[in-house]
Design a protein around this ligand. Structure first.
Ligand code: AP5
Length: 209
């Protein structure tokens, strides 16, 4: 794989987080997830977390500057990263471009029915954060994490109403101009995210060559 400064774009549930973990491990670079960073702020009840939660609960984007401040110092001056969930719009892409170059932007494409199917079956370990899927990658016991035996929970934004809002308000409105932004810089690659995890991973690796 040649590219090391990578951003993952795509609708909720398209597998950005799943693939980011694998790609970051194989490249030896940090996996930076704005969703995970925001959920940790919410869990720790910080001022930022309290502000962010209002948007996340409704399935809306947290204000650009709030998210950008979390990201900038993590990518500035580094030679590699997998950014999962940032940027979400052209404004965020411009902020990112002001601090670092991007070698590849992978756009995961998935239809609405499959998004809803995957997110409805997603379970997350409340202790170690490992992500499962009751249909495609089930835990041995539906209620407990295989690794640490923590309780498995559903994300509060994985309800049908909030999923619909995340697809329509966050993704569908913003993705066209964002894709064009990276296409114009010749770093965009489209990834068919319908296959199983291994198939999508192979496609992502090929797109980084
Ligand atoms: P975030 O956590 O980033 O949520 P998201 O973008 O909606 O993406 P998801 O985490 O839901 O899905 P994913 O694509 O990572 O899929 P996953 O790999 O888990 O953001 C949460 C909130 O924070 C946002 O709504 C917003 O409010 C805020 N926020 C975050 N970033 C922001 C930003 N930059 N600006 C402003 N606000 C921001 O997979 C889903 C499920 O499918 C899992 O169960 C998995 O096991 C399974 N699965 C994965 N791949 C496959 C496969 N190939 N086949 C079958 N099952 C699969």
């Amino acid at each position: 794989m040649g590219a090391r400064r990578i951003v993952l774009l795509g609708p909720p549930g398209s597998g950005k987080g799943t693939q980011a973990v694998r790609l970051a491990a194989s490249l030896g670079v940090p996996h930076i997830s704005t969703g995970d960073l925001l959920r940790s702020e919410v869990q720790n009840r910080t001022a930022l977390g309290r502000e962010a939660q209002r948007f996340m609960d409704r399935g809306e984007l947290v204000p650009d500057q709030v998210v950008a401040e979390m990201i900038k110092h993590r990518v500035q001056g580094t030679t590699g990263f997998v950014l999962d969930g940032f940027p979400r719009n052209v404004k965020q892409a411009q902020i990112l471009e002001s601090v670092t170059e991007v070698d590849r932007a992978l756009h995961f494409r998935l239809d609405r029915d499959e998004i809803v199917r995957r997110l409805s079956a997603r379970r997350v370990c409340s202790q170690c954060g490992r992500v499962y899927n009751l249909l495609s990658s089930p835990p041995k016991n539906d209620a407990l994490c295989d690794l640490c035996h923590g309780a498995l929970t559903q994300r509060t934004d994985d309800t049908p109403e909030v999923i619909a809002h995340r697809i329509d308000v966050q993704y569908a409105r913003e993705i066209g101009p964002l894709v064009e932004f990276y296409r114009a810089r010749s770093v965009l690659r489209e990834i068919d995210a319908r296959g199983d995890i291994e198939t999508v991973y192979r496609a992502a690796c090929k797109a980084l060559e």
